[in-house]
Design a protein around this ligand. Structure first.
Ligand code: ADP
Ligand code: MG
Length: 715
């Protein structure tokens, strides 16, 4: 085994001089004054009024002010600080179970104290337990506005954050950037909106602040949506300025020859998307296209055809998958399709090291390998393409923000000047010379594939800079998977069903859930299930597959299952994406209630890939939560990935739908795509106008809203 490269001692970063709360501010992306000014309260507390103690009722949350009559450490039941506070109207006990000497000092007898908390009847009479409190002077003024409570973190006390926001708000450049003509009617200026939302008058009905319907909130949401639309439009415009190799489809070329060798004809939907992709590849701007199609709709062959077009034009193609298992399946499939046609395919993954890797890297660098398949190892630093023309990312939603940024960077880096050879006018060598004489850099085309469709509202906002092709039809002859939801108590019945299926020569998956907190438990769980099923099914070859197995072992297990020698495969979610064994007809998902809808749909897509009728059994452990029930019901009711995505969005909301990790900078902080669709429409409508007639304002607006976020993401 070759040893890993020696770890070079990285130079230590300069000693961080920031205080803990200042670092916590950075962590929240609150670096610039404007970022703090845009950090809005999640709720408010009313400290503008003092309530006479005698008028308090149990359950009230109120602020009182009085003189400390007594302050003693009580030890009869448990050690606690008991303070008697009196105003003109009556007396109240403040009780602190956890306290420090500093608290005793503040609450010393004779001090005038302002306290705020919930009132209840207690052992010592009417009391507040752990109220907020501070000593005040008789003439300490009451605040005029509600006190904001900000989203924060454990390292960042509210008081610190309040001060930071208040001083940033005073300094932040809040001049009105947007011309009135692009604003929805009746909204305050940004400065007015912010001053108000940070310190609203107590006269304002709290509901309009809490449900974000107040015009000040509307203004903020509109600003945010507009920034997002503008940045998408800018990205689109920037892309239009980029140059990409022109990869024209050739009649009778490699793609045509591949089509001729396939054992099936493309569906109409596949033909349509192949044409859409082909048109993009034939243009001198980089393609930026998402190919979405339900599980099993046949995206791989579309990718292969796109690759064939690129290769035919003399350019390399890279295909990236999120897991090694999936990458290997693609590799086998593509080798099977393209090698006979004379294309050399290379294979790069994280577990491939040493000489094998070196040889591959060299064949990529020399341009000998025209197609490179692998995991994100394909974009590692030591990999340099001779001439990368097309990058394809499968199951792109599974890659994190960091990996996607790395890919984008890599694509830019790979873009060499257009090669001198192979140029025939409009062909591969076509390059534009900019007016200033600098030769245009060629950037590869990018095709992303996903089985998780993007709902329309998301497509309009987060992915406005993306062209979308959709395969909305499954290949013929598929029988829809029948989905059954069973309580775990019916496990034995399910095992009997497995015996039947295997007896009929079919194969079965059994998926064990991920235990969030512990990969170790996860493994234990899968191992135990493997043993249990092996014992319950004598004579049946039962395999085990989990994420922590060495790659070679994983590959060996998959090979046995693919070949049909192994009948039952117990697996963790490593099989979630892309695995293709048409003879598998039964899928059992244990603790199905722990999976997300999209994930369940992906898993279920592993069966029903051949012509045999298939069944998916969702085992749950009672009791089920309401959302858990809704999810499993949705799975049983529909097998349409688009419908499932829509319901997922309903159940979870867009932020969670995409996962913060995946949506990254795209995530909206204030606006809600469903609730604020009118504002979104307005922002979409005015963004182009603003860019055209007020480009400086547009630029400044995007910077104001998004620059801090971008930095935050890079960190
Ligand atoms: P996915 O879109 O989920 O990635 P795949 O590309 O893995 O789907 O295709 C699923 C299966 O369907 C594969 O075995 C593939 O070879 C097959 N297939 C793809 N297109 C067709 C077609 N037009 N007719 C019949 N089978 C097809
Ligand atoms: Mg696939």
């Amino acid at each position: 085994m070759p040893s890993p490269p020696p770890a070079t001692a990285a130079p230590k970063p300069p000693q961080d001089k920031l205080s803990a709360p200042a670092r916590a501010l950075r962590k929240l992306g609150l670096a610039r004054d404007i970022d703090l000014a845009l950090h809005l309260p999640m709720r408010y507390v009313d400290e503008t009024r003092i309530v006479p103690i005698a008028t308090l009722r149990d359950g009230d949350t109120a602020q009182v002010q009085g003189t400390v009559r007594e302050c003693r450490v009580e030890t009869r039941t448990r050690r606690q600080l008991v303070v008697r506070l009196a105003d003109d109207s009556g007396e109240l006990v403040l009780r602190l179970v956890h306290f420090y000497p500093s608290h005793q000092k503040t609450l010393a007898v004779g001090h005038l104290v302002r306290a705020r908390g919930e009132v209840r009847g207690g052992f010592f009479g009417r009391e507040m337990v752990h109220p907020e409190f501070r000593a005040v002077a008789a003439d300490t003024a009451l605040p005029q506005a509600l006190t904001p409570v900000y989203p924060s973190s454990a390292q960042l006390p509210q008081a610190y954050l309040r001060k930071a926001v208040a001083s940033a708000l005073a300094r932040a450049p809040l001049a009105e950037l947007l011309p009135a003509e692009v604003l929805p009617c009746g909204l305050p200026t940004l400065r007015e909106a912010l001053l108000f939302l940070h310190h609203p008058s107590p006269a304002v009905p709290l509901e309009t602040l809490e449900d974000h319907s107040h015009p000040a909130w509307q203004r903020l949401k509109f600003e945010e949506l507009l920034a997002q639309q503008l940045s998408q439009a800018q990205a689109q415009a920037a892309r239009a300025l980029l140059a990409a190799p022109v990869l024209p489809p050739r009649s009778g070329g490699l793609a045509a020859r591949l089509l001729a060798t396939l054992p099936f004809a493309l569906t109409a939907a596949q033909q349509r998307v192949v044409a859409e992709i082909g048109a993009d590849l034939g243009r001198p701007q980089p393609m930026h296209r998402l190919l979405q199609g339900d599980v099993g709709s046949g995206k791989t062959v579309v990718a292969a055809l796109a690759a064939a077009v690129a290769i035919d034009a003399g350019w390399q193609c890279a295909l990236m998958a999120p897991t090694e298992i999936l990458a290997e399946q693609h590799f086998r499939k593509l080798v099977g399709w393209l090698q006979p046609l004379g294309v050399q395919v290379a294979w790069l993954t994280g577990s491939r090291k040493g000489r094998g890797r070196k040889a591959m890297v060299e064949s990529v660098a020399s341009g000998q390998a025209m197609l490179v398949v692998g995991t994100h190892a394909v974009i590692q630093d030591d990999v340099a393409f001779a001439r990368l023309g097309l990058a394809i990312v499968d199951e792109q939603h599974r890659f994190g923000v960091a990996q996607r940024l790395a890919l984008r960077q890599k694509l830019v880096d790979q873009a060499g000047p257009s090669p001198a050879s192979g140029s025939d006018g409009e062909g591969a060598g076509h390059s534009k010379d900019h007016e200033d004489g600098v030769r245009a850099q060629l950037e590869p085309h990018l095709l992303m594939m996903s089985a998780t469709p993007i709902p329309r509202t998301l497509a309009m906002s987060y992915f406005a800079d993306l062209d979308v092709s959709t395969i909305d039809e499954l290949p013929p002859g598929r029988t829809p998977v029948l989905t059954k939801v069973f309580a775990d108590s019916r496990r034995e019945q399910v095992v009997a069903r497995i015996r039947d299926e295997v007896g009929r020569g079919r194969q079965v998956y059994w998926v064990c859930p991920l235990v969030e907190e512990s990969e170790h438990l996860d493994l234990q769980n899968a191992t135990a299930t493997h043993a249990e099923l092996g014992a319950a099914l004598p004579g049946v070859v039962v395999g085990l597959l989990h994420g922590r197995m060495p790659q070679a072992e994983k590959a060996a297990v998959m090979a046995l299952f693919t070949a049909g020698a192994m009948k039952l495969l117990v697996a963790t979610t490593v099989i979630e994406v892309g695995v293709d064994v048409p003879n598998a007809s039964l899928m059992v998902i244990e603790h199905a209630e722990r999976f997300g809808l999209a994930q369940l749909h992906q898993l279920r897509g592993r069966v029903g890939r051949g012509e045999v009728a298939s069944v998916c059994v969702l085992l749950y452990t009672a009791p089920l939560s309401a959302t858990g029930k809704a999810r499993l019901q949705a799975m049983a009711e529909t097998s349409d990935g688009f419908e499932i995505a829509r319901r997922d969005l309903d159940i979870r909301g867009p932020g969670e739908f995409m996962g913060a990790r995946q949506s990254g900078d795209a995530l909206l902080r204030f606006a809600d795509l469903q609730q604020d669709s009118a504002l979104l429409q307005h922002a979409r409508a005015v963004a182009p106008r603003l860019l055209r007639h007020h480009p400086a304002a547009a630029e400044a607006h995007v910077t104001r809203w998004l620059a801090g976020r971008a930095e935050f993401l890079k960190a």
